[in-house]
Write a protein of this length. Structure first.
Length: 99
């Protein structure tokens, strides 16, 4: 579980990122979950865009992605989700320490 300070740090890091996945009409499927998991392992922090024609609710999409990839949802504003998962092999981000 991320603290407020850690989420703030991750939001600042994600500000300049562009979404690398788009959830469209088909919603979230197993293949997309697998690809998002691989991207999180490689990058740790990603943005996901939810298109207007997506039939699933935005909160539901975020929940399915979170459960499927075992990641943390840092932020969800409108149709953009910022997801974080600490990488095992490609550690890039150093989170602020918890006191």
């Amino acid at each position: 579980m991320l603290t407020g300070k850690q989420k703030r740090f991750l939001r600042a890091e994600a500000h300049h990122l562009s979404p690398i996945f788009q959830v469209g009409k088909g919603g979230v499927n197993e293949n997309m979950i697998k690809q998002i998991g691989e991207a999180l392992e490689a990058r740790e922090l990603i943005k996901i865009s939810i298109l207007q024609n997506c039939e699933q609710d935005k909160d539901e999409v975020a929940e399915v992605i979170c459960e499927g990839t075992n990641c943390e949802i840092v932020q969800q504003i409108g149709s953009i989700i910022v997801a974080y998962k600490e990488s095992v092999e490609n550690k890039k981000l150093e989170l602020p320490k918890v006191k």
